[in-house]
Design a protein around this ligand. Structure first.
Ligand SMILES: O=P(O)(O)O[C@H]1O[C@H](CO)[C@@H](O)[C@H]1O
Ligand SMILES: O=c1cc[nH]c(=O)[nH]1
Length: 293
């Protein structure tokens, strides 16, 4: 045992106040951190969280931890590879993890595997998306109860036909949370794909103006199949939940209205993301109270 590993965590001053970060020298356990997420089960303390809010962007995980009402950040667990993760306590007393998946299913699959290893049993993706339906407006949130999963990583985990379904209790909790907060929301089907440009039929804003024939018209086809939105992680998360045996949900802020334009709406971006965060936090408060993981 190295004596330095028993040192108390080092306090650091950030623009958000004083928090504690777990540098390699100041971790309170000798157990090795998991290779990608950069922490292990013992780093989660005596009352470890079993629920994680999982964001594609590290800045969003940080926003949940440092700038959300009713959330206290106990410590920064890791910033390894930009997969920022934070140990939190909600105003209800519930422990919670805010973590980062990175963009796309391959990165998400690694992070989710390691989160499961450290004891996480409920994962709510807090993401962003593009709407493909006229009535799903930029700034609103989409709660995915299932996904059309056109993702390669998922095929390493389950057959292509395997259902990509959210936990119905989480989906209902997210819908009820959005209603309580008076946030414009839609509960429905999501298309989870592997690329932001070609896979979501972007041409005007893409460096690649050539779209393979099989993708030409795909957005209109999905629209007619009553799919609400495009994003890049939920399908694989849902399939992993089924195979591993944890519960999963997804709420995404709408950043692009694809019936009008391919572009991200910069003006409503912050509002859409903070709506998704507020809905997820409110849902967790009620899920934990009524349905222990
Ligand atoms: O904002 P996040 O959570 O990263 O989600 C969406 O944004 C990224 C693409 O811009 C993809 O990861 C997509 O799923
Ligand atoms: O259009 C969008 C916006 C965010 N994320 C996506 O995957 N697509």
């Amino acid at each position: 045992m190295h004596s330095e590993s028993r040192l108390a965590p080092k306090p650091v001053i950030t623009i958000f106040g004083t928090i504690t970060t777990l540098s390699r020298r100041h971790r309170v356990t000798d157990n090795p951190p998991l290779y990608h997420i950069g922490f292990c089960a013992e780093d989660l303390g005596p009352t470890p969280p079993t629920t994680a809010l999982l964001c594609g962007a590290p800045e969003r995980a940080r926003q949940i931890a440092m700038a959300s009402e009713g959330v206290s950040c106990q410590k920064t667990l890791s910033e390894n590879r930009g997969l920022n993760s934070y140990l939190l306590t909600l105003d209800t007393g519930q422990p919670l993890l805010a973590a980062t998946s990175g963009m796309g299913a391959p990165s998400l699959s690694i992070v989710v595997n390691e989160l499961y290893s450290v004891g996480i049993r409920r994962i709510i993706r807090v993401g962003t998306c593009g709407s493909i339906q006229e009535h799903v407006k930029v700034g609103s949130v989409v709660i995915s109860y299932a996904a059309l999963c056109r993702q390669g990583a998922a095929n390493d985990i389950a057959p292509v036909e395997y259902p990509a379904a959210a936990d119905p209790y989480i989906s209902v909790a997210l819908g009820n949370a959005a209603a309580r907060l008076h946030i414009d929301h839609h509960l429905g089907l999501t298309a989870s794909v592997d690329s932001f440009y070609e896979g979501q039929e972007r041409v005007d804003t893409s460096a690649n103006r050539y779209l393979m024939r099989q993708l030409q018209g795909i957005t209109e086809e999905y629209r007619r199949l009553n799919i609400l939105n495009y994003e890049m992680e939920a399908g694989t998360l849902f399939k992993m939940a089924g195979v591993y045996g944890f519960s999963a949900g997804c709420v995404c802020g709408v950043l692009a209205g694809r019936t009008a334009s391919e572009a991200i709406d910069g003006k409503l971006k912050d509002q859409a993301q903070s709506n998704a965060i507020r809905v997820a936090l409110e849902a967790v408060r009620h899920l934990e109270n009524h349905m222990p993981a």
